[in-house]
Write a protein that binds this ligand. Sequence first.
Ligand code: 5AD
Ligand code: SF4
Length: 431
Amino acid sequence: MNVYDSEVVLSILKKEGYDLCERLEDADLILVNTCSIRENAEQRVWGRLDRFLQEKKHRKVLVGVLGCMAERIKQDLLSHPAVDMVVGPDSYRELPTLVRALSEDAHNKQMEIALSMTETYADIEPVRMDKNGVTSFISIMRGCNNMCTYCIVPYVRGRERSRDPYTIVQEATSLYNAGYKEVNLLGQNVDSYLWKDPANPTKSVNFAQLLELVALVAPDLRVRFSTSHPKDMSNAVLYSMAMYPNICTHIHLPVQSGSDRMLEKMNRKYDSATYLERIDKIREIIPDAAITTDIIAGFCSETEEDHQATIELMKNVKFDSAFMFQYSQRPNTKAARHFEDDVPLETKTRRLNEIIELQSAISLERNKDCIGKIYEVLIEGTSKRDSDQLFGRTLGNKVCVFSAPGYKAGDYAKVKVESCTSATLIATLIE
Ligand code: 5AD
Ligand code: SF4
């Protein structure tokens, strides 16, 4: 999401004559796009600001903080001696004006942090910063209305709004025409995507329909999406996925916890039985689907029994992979205001480590199931470990490494999996 936002920012500033540079030492303007989701993400930004201050000591350079942290702690950031401007996620169109004001008077620090009910940057064609030229992101909606009690996103990214589907299709088409072979549709909760035509309120497009529209751009343009929400993921989305071979068979479906008591306290609005029913439905409609998840260890009042419920659910579902976190209290969220962050740090860490260890064994097991099977892989580049090897992904988003002389990034290759680790499939080329 933040990469996409940075691409929007670059597009806005390019029109003003700015461009990307590789080295900090060459920059006239330094922008840091920030994330507030966990405390350690914010800590890293403070470290960077101190580094920028050193840079400012010996030359003229402007520094701006963008994104969630700008929204959350605007005043604190503005007080940092390195910071010249603070710009929230819905105010990027103001950047040229703010930069101009600063260029005229560098002492006049700038701040723009209003959240919007409508801004989706729909008309802005982002300037891509990725290096591979094969896969790219498209933001389809902004904000979130879910109010999970631990989560800061609704406070820093504002209310949910869906982007005009025709601008999404247009963006996918122009990426395809530029040689891209995969688009990843992004939203905090893609299942609640719903666009109503302002000119005709009876006309609307939901996420299942949007998926089809994007899948129809070109049969060899792969379509991915994230993130799905267990309470909203409809069978219609699964049927769209099953119907179009270029929609990737991968669902990222964060469970957060296996304990019904925790899920209730997190305000996730589903219980473990409903979650498992969704998993069964996915596997019924798309038998070879890869399912990944997010898990939080040590949320407020989590007992050993709650933790075991998460472990049991993981063993039951057998996720292909997972992002796993220990709970990090975020200021002003409902959890911070009403619940005690009472699981000791050592316990959180121990539980997280148990979860990571189990998931790594399950990921290995899931990857072993791929051995002997044939997959179509979209090549993304050369392997970091061995420049003679290429790497790409299967439709299920598994990273696959293989040797394929004459092939290049952006090509499709059919490969047979010979062996694996918990993170990678090792394959040979078939055609
Ligand atoms: N602490 C730890 N993890 C969190 N996430 C969101 N908020 C927090 C928090 N306060 C995790 C959730 C979410 C993912 C994007 O980040 O698992 O799905
Ligand atoms: Fe945060 Fe919940 Fe919205 Fe995800 S769905 S962004 S966890 S509030």
